[in-house]
Every structure is written in structure tokens, then in C-alpha cells.
Design a protein around this ligand. Structure first.
Ligand SMILES: Nc1ncnc2c1ncn2[C@@H]1O[C@H](COP(=O)(O)OP(=O)(O)OP(=O)(O)O)[C@@H](O)[C@H]1O
Length: 486
């Protein structure tokens, strides 16, 4: 069917390309260079589909969309934008765009979108989120996610599509790729944004405590359960529950979670009555769950329950185009925190593009922060990047033989192995047991104090130690408990 397509873009090249491509398919194309001409055509009842750029000389098309939707509710609008941010994608979708395409776009995708839009006109009922609802919360000036690579654009498009739904999402990506940030964006821009976002990391909770952590427990449910405990499901009521590192969930807890997802109800440990589970679930993992299913480590039925909408976050090394934007963003954050302003020399960006970033965006973030703190030069060049990369404290994800999956005990084992190997012709000095335990005790106590801002009572509670015992150990290890002012 030959249709009339209205195109609005102030870039002449785009108007020409679209007119040719759509003209060849037999459509009539009318192209305008500003928003007011487009609006005039729409008012005159012209056109079967609109394709519009966002930023035009006279008006931002995002402001025009609601008017078009009001006047011609059945006229599909395809938005193309070179702004390429999550916020643009979400705004366009929210205001009722039929499709959002980031520039530069693939012509085949555009033609596909036009065809779907025309099919939609013939058979209405399409999915432009209606009614176009404007979210006050969805206009943070700060962008939640940085990066304009095609891979990130695709992720923004998916997030925008999910904004008005409660669909379960499973995010997959290496450590540090931004899984939690995506989960937060889904919550912050979604309809549950006024309710809590609760994150639980399955890898960080002892196996035997996972169920009570998630579902809560009744008083007396187990030794130590002196009071009723509220679980994360209840805490997140009305909001979003982010199950991080879902691949680390023990199989029994998986069974229980599956039952909750199937029935929509949960019971606290030691309790009977079912409580309605009003949470949106977003899960994330860096593991290959399909492989785990084959090996019997993950329940297939749970996987399908969670994998309703899969999102794959690519590692940073596969989207080097994002590195410059991200690096500048982190430098700007450091500057906001009172550090000296710094700029990046092109040679620094080139160098960073060839590095492999095993710790992904988190590693880049740490590197930029370190450079902001430790280097006095105001322009960062290749040499500084090289030096900073070389002195990098190897994090588990950065170590060549460590990989992101290394557990604490594996890493200790690796260290001890190195220690024994350092004495090839004999044994280390005796008294090893106490020496090694102290090695572990020291960072554990220091970090606990740091986490409780030097509050010894809270640190003792956190550690499950008697206060006097903690004080004694701090003295023995010569750790100065300094209380930070804030
Ligand atoms: N696209 C992005 N834009 C801005 N900051 C980002 C982006 N991706 C990641 N970050 C930052 O990098 C750090 C790591 O991100 P995040 O914690 O979301 O990763 P993750 O994949 O959940 O990691 P892990 O699997 O280790 O928990 C955070 O400080 C986050 O703010």
C-alpha cells in the first residue's frame, strides 16, 4: 500500500536519504525542515506516518508529540534522535512515540519501523504507551547511564519500552558493567518509582540465611530469632526487588523463590500465613545461567520465570566508543566532590580504548578517581594513564588468574599457595596459624570500623563480637579506631 510519510528533520542529508529510500518503496514522502511545517501538515490531515527528528530550529519534537497524539491519535510517530541518551528514549516513548531510533540509524531498521507503523494504522491497537503520561521524576538533568554506543542505545530503547510495565527483567553482564545501575533506572523511571528499590546480593548472604533475608521470619523461627524479622520482599512492597547475583542463590532458596513467583504469595520462615508479594522483580547475574541449568546448579523453571525480558550489558572492551564519555563523566563527578578539574588529552583516550578493562566501568571509574586524586597535572595524557594503570591495585576481577568469580576462600588459598611456594626448599617459620589468621583479622576489623564510621559498638555488633573482645583485638593489632567526623 502506498502511503504518505511526513518527514521532519533540519538535516537536509537525512531528508534526502529518507525520501529516496521510502520513495523507492512506492511511498509518497513530504519532507520539512522544521516542526511548524510538520504541525501544519498534521493539522491538515495529511500523512499516514510521521518520522521526526527531536531537536529542530523552532521546536523540540518531544513537545510536539503530545499535540499530534491529541489531534490525530492514530497517526504513528517515529522519533529519531542524535541525542542518544536514556532520557530522550524514555521521553519519546512516554509521550507516545511509536518507535524511537537513535542516529545514526540503520536504514533497514527505519524501513522496518515504517512498515510496522503502517500495519498498525490498518489494524489499530498498537503499543504506543497510552495515555502519554509525563513523569515528573523522569526528568533528572543528570543522566543515569552514560554511553552512546549502539549497544547502549539498544539498552535505552529496551528500558524505555519497559517503563510503563511491571515485567520481570533479567540483566546479564560481567562484573562492573552497570547491571545495578540499569535496574535502578528501570525503577526510577517506572511506575513504582515512589516506592522502595531494595537490592539484595545473593552472593553476599550466607546460604542458610537467604530465606529469612528474603521472606522474613517469625519470632522463635530459629535460634536467635528473638523478634519477628521483616524480609526484603516486605521491605520492597509496592516497589522493586533487585536480586543481584541470582546465579549464586542456593538451589533450595531457588525452589522457594519460584513458588513465590508462581503463587504471588510468600510466608516468613516459621510462619504460616501467605503474604501477597507486591514487588517487581529485576534479577542480575554475571554467570551463564543456561550452563548452570545444564550442570544442575540453576532451576530451569525459575530461569524462564525471570528471563521474561533479557538485557545483556556488553563488557566495556566491546564498546570503546563509550570510554571517553564515561571518563569525562567520572572526572566531572570528582570535580563536583571538590577535586581539581582535569581534562583528557586525545592520547589518553586512545590508550584507554586499547586497554581491556577486566573490571569494566567500575574499573574505569576507579582509575579516573585515582587520577583526579593523585596526579597534579591538569591534562591527563597517555603517559599518566599508563602509569596509573600500572600501579593499579589488582582487584579480584582484574587479576589475570583471578577472574571475577573468585571467592574469598579461593583468593586466600591462592595467596597461601604463593606463600608456600616462596619457600621452595623448606617450610615457612612456625606459628603459621596465628600469623595467617591475623592477616585476615586485620583487614576485617579495619573495614568493619570503616563501615561503621569508627563506631566500636556498631562494629562489634556487625562482627558478632563482644565489645571488650573487639577493643582488645584492636589494641593487639595496633589498629587505631579513629572516629570520622561525618
Ligand atoms: N553506563 C554507565 N554510566 C555511568 N556509570 C556507570 C555506567 N555503568 C556502570 N557505571 C558505574 O560503574 C560502577 C559499577 O556499576 P554497577 O554496580 O551497576 O555494576 P554491576 O554490573 O552491578 O557490578 P557487579 O556485578 O560487580 O555488582 C558504578 O559505580 C556505576 O555507577
Amino acid at each position: 500500500m502506498a502511503a504518505t510519510i511526513l518527514v521532519a528533520d533540519d538535516d537536509r542529508a537525512i531528508r534526502v536519504v529518507l525520501s529516496q529510500a521510502l520513495g523507492q518503496l512506492g511511498h509518497n514522502v513530504r519532507a520539512a525542515s522544521d516542526a511548524s511545517t510538520l504541525w501544519q501538515w498534521v493539522r491538515e490531515g495529511e500523512g499516514d506516518v510521521v518520522i521526526t527528528d527531536v531537536v529542530m530550529p523552532d521546536e523540540n519534537a518531544l513537545d510536539l508529540i503530545p499535540r499530534i497524539r491529541e489531534r490525530r491519535p492514530n497517526l504513528p510517530i517515529i522519533v529519531m534522535s542524535a541525542q542518544n541518551t536514556l532520557v530522550t528514549a524514555i521521553r519519546a516513548t512516554e509521550r507516545g512515540a511509536f518507535e524511537y531510533l537513535a542516529k545514526p540509524f540503520d536504514l533497514t531498521n527505519l524501513v522496518g519501523a515504517v512498515e510496522r507503523a503502517l500495519a498498525e494504522v490498518k489494524e489499530p491497537g498498537h503499543a504506543a504507551p497510552a495515555p502519554p503520561e509525563d513523569h515528573p521524576a523522569s526528568s533528572p538533568d543528570a543522566l543515569p547511564l552514560i554511553g552512546r554506543s549502539p549497544a547502549m542505545q539498544e539498552i535505552y530503547r529496551v528500558i524505555a519500552r519497559l517503563v510503563n510495565t511491571d515485567m520481570t527483567v533479567l540483566i546479564h553482564g560481567e562484573s562492573g558493567t552497570g547491571k545495578e545501575l540499569v535496574a535502578r533506572a528501570l525503577h526510577d523511571f517506572g511506575r513504582r518509582r515512589d516506592k522502595p528499590f531494595v537490592a539484595v546480593n545473593m552472593a553476599a548472604i550466607p546460604r542458610e540465611l537467604i530465606e529469612s533475608e528474603l521472606f522474613g521470619h517469625e519470632k522463635g523461627a530459629f535460634t536467635g530469632a528473638v523478634n519477628r524479622g521483616i524480609g526484603r520482599f516486605e521491605q520492597a512492597a509496592g516497589g522493586t526487588l533487585f536480586l543481584d547475583e541470582i546465579g549464586d542463590m542456593p538451589i533450595e532458596a531457588q525452589t522457594r523463590l519460584l513458588r513465590v513467583l508462581q503463587s504471588g504469595e510468600f510466608s516468613p520462615v516459621g510462619g504460616r500465613q501467605g503474604i501477597r508479594a507486591d514487588v517487581r522483580i529485576i534479577a542480575a547475574t554475571h554467570r551463564d545461567l543456561r550452563l548452570m541449568i545444564q550442570q544442575g546448579g540453576f532451576r530451569e523453571d525459575l530461569f524462564y520465570r525471570l528471563n521474561v525480558v533479557p538485557i545483556r550489558l556488553p563488557p566495556l572492551r566491546q564498546r570503546p566508543e563509550d570510554i571517553a564519555d564515561l571518563a569525562r563523566h567520572f572526572l566531572a563527578l570528582a570535580q563536583r566532590d571538590g577535586l581539581m578539574p582535569k581534562t583528557l588529552d586525545p592520547s589518553a583516550i586512545e590508550r584507554m580504548k586499547t586497554y581491556s578493562w577486566p573490571g569494566n566501568v567500575r574499573e574505569l571509574e576507579n582509575l579516573m578517581r585515582r587520577m583526579a586524586v593523585l596526579y597534579s597535572e591538569s591534562v591527563i595524557d597517555r603517559r599518566i594513564v599508563n602509569t596509573a594503570l600500572a600501579e593499579q591495585e589488582p582487584s579480584p576481577a582484574v587479576r589475570p588468574n583471578g577472574g571475577g568469580d573468585e571467592t574469598l576462600s579461593q583468593s586466600v588459598e591462592r595467596h597461601l599457595d604463593g606463600y608456600f611456594k616462596a619457600h621452595p626448599h623448606g617450610l615457612p617459620a612456625s606459628g603459621l596459624y596465628d600469623r595467617i589468621l591475623r592477616e585476615v583479622e586485620r583487614p576485617l576489623l579495619a573495614l568493619s570500623l570503616q563501615a561503621t564510621r569508627g563506631n566500636q559498638i556498631r562494629a562489634a555488633e556487625l562482627l558478632g563480637l563482644n565489645r571488650n573482645t573487639l577493643r582488645k583485638k584492636l589494641r593487639e593489632l595496633d589498629l587505631q579506631p579513629s572516629r570520622s567526623t561525618k
